[in-house]
Design a protein around this ligand. Structure first.
Ligand code: DSN
Length: 414
């Protein structure tokens, strides 16, 4: 970054500091990851200079000789990897991707049915402060109070009662596998479209450790930067019968020029994700999460649903006598980065909730395995037991830093 250093040393220094932070901390936010150097090179390329409204072969600007090829490669790789009939790789991120599906399949005021945000769903699945809860009628299903899991009988009953035009599955804080077949059947029974948002678990679907929704869903959305380990961006995969409506919703209805540098980086990430190494990576994410969950249970932490099937763990900190925010902030001071999160039926407010959310995609990208997960659980427990003892927290931070230097993350060299 020699030009950046010269032209804007202030921003340069901040990027270098963030690079060091990412290198020297244990990043457990389940929606984050480390992309490869190849993905970052594509992201930082001259493709950012080009406008390309439209789609390959049908653009509104000239000079698309190479852009068309890049977008076609990205689309084909997405279709092959997920075995989808059609792929649109232009959505700027996950929320615009979901908006595009609603725009394509619904009219304003139609009814959608998604998972409630405080129970693990996403803002764009019909939550009241998002466009999805304002421009559409929204009804929301929750997890069961007894098990913390989705109850498919209840979802079916709600769908029969409410008759939504579209049902959404997907979550940001649900530690169990989704039964996409059940969702597809429920949608069919009530004549609704089925949208599966697999942003969090796309990498696990590719690795074959989780069921794929492709056979059951009208449309599947995913971000590309979570377990899929690509650049920040998103894709929509859909049935051929929806291809035209989806493409027209993304452009010209909702977006202008696609971010071609991101499209190229998505193509690179999809190539990386089709390697045998990536399958092993996906399996290791889940193995790591399960070991981390078991170790935390042994330290007496209260895990929502009692464990995990995927890459993430949701913990109610109430039994430890601390809030989610206190915990997340103390862990951050120790170099262990998580986010505070509501837990189902949380009596506290979203900005100061009872829980924390953690996950294993980033640490698995660094090559950490079961042994390191046990060590991380030990540190988490030590921090929680010593909130307020800054000397102890600093000592843990030093140990964390030392471990991180043994596991250099992809894409960063200090
Ligand atoms: N912000 C993402 C997450 O952290 O799960 C969801 O969009």
């Amino acid at each position: 970054m020699r030009w950046l250093e010269k032209i804007d040393p202030e921003i340069y220094q901040l990027i270098k500091a963030e690079e060091r932070r990412q290198y020297e901390s244990i990043r457990l936010i389940p929606s984050e990851n480390y992309t490869s150097a190849a993905v970052m090179e594509a992201t930082g390329s001259v493709l950012t200079n080009k406008y390309s409204e439209g789609y390959p072969g049908k653009r509104y600007y000239e000079g698309q000789q190479y852009i068309d090829q890049i977008e076609n490669i990205a689309r084909e790789r997405a279709k092959n990897l997920f075995k989808a009939e059609h792929a649109n790789v232009q959505p700027y991120s996950g929320s615009p991707a979901n908006m595009a599906v609603y725009y394509a399949l619904l009219e304003p005021g139609d009814k959608i049915m998604g998972m409630s945000l405080p129970h693990g769903g996403h803002l764009t699945h019909g939550w009241k402060v998002s466009f999805s809860g304002r421009f559409y009628q929204s009804v929301q299903y929750t997890v069961s109070k007894e098990t913390g899991r989705l109850d498919y009988d209840q979802i079916r009953e709600m769908a029969k009662r409410e008759r939504p035009k579209l049902i959404v599955s997907g979550a940001t804080a649900y530690p169990r596998e989704f039964d996409f077949k059940a969702f597809g059947e429920i949608a069919q029974e009530v004549g609704a479209y089925f949208l599966a948002d697999i942003a969090h678990i796309a990498g696990l679907v590719v690795a074959g450790v989780h069921q794929s929704p492709i056979p059951y869903a009208d449309a599947v959305t995913t971000t590309t930067h979570k377990t899929l380990r690509g650049p920040r961006g998103a894709m929509i995969l859909c049935k051929a019968s929806h291809a035209n409506a989806i493409d027209r919703a993304v452009f010209p209805a909702l977006q202008g020029g696609p971010h071609n540098h991101t499209t190229a980086a998505i193509a690179v990430a999809l190539k990386e994700a089709s390697s045998p190494d990536f399958i092993e990576y996906g399996k290791q994410i889940v193995r790591n999460a399960k070991v981390l969950a078991e170790a935390l249970l042994e330290y007496g932490f209260s895990l929502i649903t009692g464990g995990t099937d995927n890459h993430l763990i949701l913990i109610d900190m109430t039994s430890k006598g601390v809030t989610g925010k206190q915990t997340a902030k103390a862990l951050d001071r120790a170099g262990i980065v998580v986010n505070y999160n509501t837990v189902p039926f949380d009596p506290r407010k979203p900005f100061d909730p009872s829980g924390i959310r953690l996950g294993t995609p980033s640490v698995t990208s660094r090559g950490m395995k079961e042994e390191e997960m046990r060590l991380i659980a030990r540190w988490i427990n030590e921090v929680v037991q010593n909130i307020g003892d800054e000397e102890r927290i600093q000592r843990i931070k030093n140990e964390v830093r030392e471990l991180c230097h043994h596991f250099p993350p992809p894409g960063i060299s200090l």
